[in-house]
Design a protein. Structure first.
Length: 254
């Protein structure tokens, strides 16, 4: 995607990577609409950052997605980029089926069905725009599993393959598909995640993402240097070592 002159909707941008990306893209001359469930946070963000738009959306609720899409398109008819940022990450213990199943189902509902429904709500409009982009958000854990988050890993692996498939299907349209692949980033995605010493600083991550978008607007994947260890472990023949290292230390990671 081009780095400026867009109208962008980012559900899941009231904190963390989503908010960091929203602010950075707004600073680059884009019209940015933040989205999230917490209306008080949306109000605070727009008060603190004049020029940002805000629309309430619960990515786990199909009715909320449809309502938010209608509102965004009515207020921002020039919309040409959506960033499917919203997601959750929870630990699961599959030794205890009575405890993990609800967590697994909500993870898939939010992380996989949410982006699918979001893209479905906007795809017809995006196809009418001359230069539009769907940005999906997978994870380094799509390529190497963290032991304690099975459903999160699986949801992000599915997002990776969804991105690859949509890029093929939409090749005859104006819609590009760009996959953002974060490593562990110090945010509040999980308890203790924001202080994880193995995580990448949020500002450094956002800066590297923006630099890559600027340098290569047609990139299929946005890969900061820190995530390449996970992304290419299997291709380099180091998969078993990567998995061992990933699971040897602090269990928090994105």
């Amino acid at each position: 995607m081009k780095i400026t002159g867009n109208t962008i909707f980012i559900p899941g941008s009231t904190s963390g990577i989503g908010l960091g990306l929203a602010l950075a893209l707004h600073a680059r001359g884009n019209t940015v609409v933040v989205g999230g469930r917490r209306t008080a946070e949306l109000e605070r963000i727009t008060a603190d950052h004049p020029g940002l738009g805000a629309v309430a959306i619960d990515i786990a609720d199909p009715d909320s997605i449809r309502a938010a899409a209608a509102q965004v398109l009515a207020q921002y008819p020039d919309l040409n980029v959506i960033v499917a940022m919203a997601g959750i990450m929870r630990t699961e213990d599959w030794h205890q089926p009575d405890t993990f199943l609800a967590t697994a189902e909500s993870t898939i509902e939010t992380n996989l069905l949410g982006p699918i429904r979001l893209i479905g709500a906007f795809i017809e409009h995006l196809r009418t725009r001359p230069d539009s982009t769907i940005v999906t958000v997978s994870s380094g854990l799509a390529f190497a599993p963290l032991r304690v988050t099975p459903s999160y890993n699986a949801s992000k692996a599915a997002i990776h393959m969804l991105s690859e498939s949509l890029r093929l299907q939409l090749a005859d349209t104006s819609v590009k598909v760009t996959e953002l692949v974060p490593p562990s980033v110090r945010t509040e995605l999980m308890p203790g995640h924001d202080t994880n010493p193995a995580g990448m600083a949020l500002d450094a991550f956002i800066d590297e993402v923006i630099d890559q978008l600027e340098a290569n607007p047609d990139a299929h994947e946005i890969l900061v240097e820190q995530v390449k260890f996970l992304r290419f472990g299997e291709a380099c023949g180091d998969y078993d070592t990567v998995v061992e290292i990933l699971n040897a230390g602090d269990p928090h990671g994105k």
